[in-house]
Write a protein that binds this ligand. Structure first.
Ligand SMILES: *[C@@H]1O[C@H](CO)[C@@H](O)[C@H](O)[C@H]1NC(C)=O
Ligand SMILES: *[C@@H]1O[C@H](CO)[C@@H](O)[C@H](O)[C@H]1NC(C)=O
Ligand SMILES: *[C@@H]1O[C@H](CO)[C@@H](O)[C@H](O)[C@H]1NC(C)=O
Ligand SMILES: *[C@@H]1O[C@H](CO)[C@@H](O)[C@H](O)[C@H]1NC(C)=O
Ligand SMILES: *[C@@H]1O[C@H](CO)[C@@H](O)[C@H](O)[C@H]1NC(C)=O
Ligand SMILES: *[C@@H]1O[C@H](CO)[C@@H](O)[C@H](O)[C@H]1NC(C)=O
Ligand SMILES: *[C@@H]1O[C@H](CO)[C@@H](O)[C@H](O)[C@H]1NC(C)=O
Ligand SMILES: *[C@@H]1O[C@H](CO)[C@@H](O)[C@H](O)[C@H]1NC(C)=O
Ligand SMILES: *[C@@H]1O[C@H](CO)[C@@H](O)[C@H](O)[C@H]1NC(C)=O
Ligand SMILES: *[C@@H]1O[C@H](CO)[C@@H](O)[C@H](O)[C@H]1NC(C)=O
Length: 592
């Protein structure tokens, strides 16, 4: 049992007969690629035998995405738990990119869907109670975003909170205590409607790994099985278990811990941990966990923490046995393939072909950073049908100090990178007037980690190059002063690791007044290419530069590919930008 990770990533060649093999199925990980950390999944027979999953969203809005599937393979975005500002106004105020919504737990009980989670202000100290805003949402129809309640707040100095119901129907919450104060898992009785909680009781501290967290309790064969994550969410991440005959313990540690980890392996799938368990209609057990496709180098993982699925064997009276995580999996027979699922969002493997037709709305999978100012986003305005008009925000994507933006917001909307290889492109009409006015495309991880290609109004003398493939010199002619403002294409990146210097090239004279196409392409596992050209003449499209994705491989979130419009600090009044012909083309998934 303790040895399996030595061979993790190697797909075992089974010696079993073809007949027996046919009972099992093969599938791939990740189950939900892209920025979907801290999975919590359930199977609900009352809702047409459907699986539902929730994941963390940090400062992204709408928050807590919900995906549904009939077959554990085709996952459809059906909405978001946090979809209206009035549900949780404080999300506007979070400081730091590691703040926001951490680790939701999704449960179904007596006809109600529950999401219990934490709004974290990571700018505050561990022992500052105001760091942890623990909250409960409920819904009687997960396909209807408006059915999700406002947040009900409850007192707990910690995070990763998870509800459970004992056999007598009483509700409890288990959570991870702020670990720098003292690491431990705490339990209390709770009224999930009012947020009133009883006294918190320390039931287990894990096996000694950093940050025992992500707890869930399952009741089976008259045991309380307690599952936890330990080791932190990086390379040491693991899943451990303990059990007790009594809810409040004492809990005895599973001698086979860790039950799931890829730590100390060479697998492409690392950081495996933060798990949840559920049973399908045939009674087979499955586990989900988060994982990062980085290999042990842990330097190129722009999609961040994704969701993986593993078969679990859970014999009566015994601890469950989890299969190790790899890209190619073999396990219980999957439910029959079905895409018969309601809900407004796309299936996880679909690309985007979005033309912002009059009367359409922003697609359900489009994401902002904190709350959007809704007037800043107009689909098909009269002066430009089939475009999305962005009104500039004063703040750019970095904003004041890389941590905060506040109620005035940042004009940005994007979609998650969900494929190792992809091409994302949009067309841009933009006539900037004031110095600093800018609109463009971004590979956005956090306010302190983003790579942008924009058109920005800058003085001629700030140019650093001529756009590749065009031979017209910088248009400095007699009578034009060096401080004359002209629209320029600019690459600008910010990260905690090295990024290329800004590259600034005047928009080539022959493109002036034309619709431009801006493109970001991941053509291999490590680099993004940023390109531009006139939309009506693809032969003139050229790559300005290629940038390593290590700049956006960091922290808790994953890359969002999107568009922005800003005045870079000037008071409002900047020109709007019109984006049209939005395309995201999936081009390959690396699993090895
Ligand atoms: C949610 O909160 C808002 C703002 O406080 C309030 O107007 C609204 O009535 C609340 N909705 C529900 C369903 O309680
Ligand atoms: C976040 O930071 C900003 C600017 O530093 C500050 O004005 C604001 O009060 C902070 N908000 C919270 C909730 O700490
Ligand atoms: C957890 O650790 C704390 C601090 O070391 C200790 O006081 C407590 O007894 C431990 N809890 C359990 C359940 O072992
Ligand atoms: C990985 O190896 C190190 C060093 O041998 C060890 O301390 C650690 O416990 C191992 N981690 C896991 C999760 O097995
Ligand atoms: C089928 O999958 C289960 C769960 O992973 C495993 O225990 C069992 O050995 C597999 N059977 C075969 C024939 O591969
Ligand atoms: C989809 O919604 C319709 C209308 O509410 C309902 O009749 C149908 O059963 C739903 N289908 C699924 C697969 O949930
Ligand atoms: C804009 O971005 C730059 C570089 O990332 C940053 O230094 C500056 O503070 C930002 N300004 C505003 C107003 O958002
Ligand atoms: C630059 O100067 C030339 C020659 O005087 C003039 O024709 C042109 O319009 C000027 N360019 C701009 C952008 O003002
Ligand atoms: C560009 O020209 C303006 C006005 O002459 C001057 O203030 C500024 O320093 C120059 N900038 C650069 C980068 O040379
Ligand atoms: C990806 O492409 C970049 C730019 O062409 C190149 O420098 C890098 O070595 C490539 N990486 C891999 C893993 O092939």
């Amino acid at each position: 049992m303790m040895m399996w990770w030595l061979t993790a990533g190697v797909v075992p060649v089974s010696a079993t007969t073809p007949m027996l093999r046919a009972l099992n199925s093969s599938y791939y990980n990740p189950m939900l690629p892209g920025f979907h950390p801290d999975p919590s999944c359930i199977f609900v027979s009352e809702w047409d035998d459907t699986f539902f999953c929730a994941s963390s969203s940090f400062n992204a809005f709408p928050g807590v995405p919900l995906h549904a599937s009939k077959d554990l393979q085709n996952w459809k975005l059906i909405g978001h738990t946090l979809n209206r500002q009035e549900q949780l106004p404080c999300l506007a105020e979070t400081n730091r990119s590691t703040s926001g919504i951490w680790a939701p737990t999704l449960r179904y009980h007596d006809g109600i869907f529950w999401v219990v989670t934490t709004l974290v202000d990571d700018d505050r100290a561990d022992d500052d109670a105001s760091r942890w805003d623990n909250i409960i949402f409920r819904s009687d129809d997960p396909y209807n975003p408006l059915s999700w309640s406002n947040a009900t707040h409850f007192d707990f100095e910690g995070y990763d909170t998870s509800p459970l119901w004992d056999e007598d129907g009483k509700a409890y919450i288990v959570g991870g205590h702020a670990w720098k104060v003292f690491p431990g898992l705490l339990l209390a009785e709770a009224n999930l409607y009012t947020g009133k909680v009883g006294e918190w009781s320390n039931i287990w501290n894990g096996t000694g790994g950093t940050a025992p967290e992500g707890p869930h309790i399952y009741i089976k064969d008259s045991w309380y099985y307690l599952l936890a994550a330990e080791g932190g969410t990086g390379l040491e991440h693991m899943v451990t278990m303990a059990r007790s005959r009594h809810l409040y313990g004492p809990y005895e540690t599973n001698p086979a811990n860790p039950v799931l980890t890829n730590s100390n392996t060479s697998s492409y799938f690392q950081t495996v941990g933060h798990a949840d368990l559920f049973q399908d209609a045939s009674g087979n057990w499955w586990g989900v966990a988060l994982s990062t496709r980085s290999g042990p180098d842990y330097t190129n993982y722009p999609m961040g923490r994704e969701i993986v699925l593993v078969p679990v064997t859970w014999a009566p009276d015994e601890f469950p046995v989890w299969s190790p995580v790899s890209g190619d999996m073999n396990g219980w027979a999957l439910p029959p393939t079905s895409k018969d699922i309601n809900g407004s969002g796309p299936f996880i493997d679909e690309g985007d072909v979005i033309d912002f037709a009059p009367g359409s709305a922003l697609p359900a999978h489009f994401t902002h950073w904190r709350f959007p100012i809704s007037e800043s986003y107009t689909i098909a305005p009269p002066e430009h049908p089939n475009a999305l008009r962005l009104r500039p925000s004063r703040l750019n994507l970095t904003a004041l100090n890389g941590n905060y933006a506040g109620p005035e917001g940042q004009t940005f909307v994007g979609r998650r990178q969900q494929d190792t290889l992809f091409t994302f492109s949009v067309d841009l009409d933009f006539a900037p007037e004031n110095p600093g006015d800018e609109a463009g495309v971004s590979v956005f991880l956090t306010q302190n980690h983003h790579l942008d290609l924009g058109v920005v109004m800058l003085p001629l003398n700030s140019s650093t190059t001529v756009f590749p493939g065009t031979d017209n010199p910088i248009p400095l002619r007699e009578g034009n002063s060096s401080s004359q403002l002209i629209p320029q294409l600019r690459f600008r990146g910010i990260s905690y690791t090295a990024v290329p210097e800004d590259i600034i090239a005047p928009v080539p004279a022959e493109w002036t007044g034309k619709t431009l196409r801006l493109e970001i392409r991941a053509s291999n596992m490590t680099h993004y290419a940023f390109s531009a050209g006139p939309a009506d003449s693809m032969s003139q499209m050229n790559t300005l530069l290629e940038v390593s994705n290590t700049a956006v491989s960091w922290g808790f979130t994953g890359v969002i590919l999107g568009i922005y419009c800003t005045t870079n600090g000037h008071e409002m009044g900047g020109e709007p930008a019109y984006f049209s012909r939005w395309r995201y083309i999936p081009q390959g998934q690396f699993r090895d």
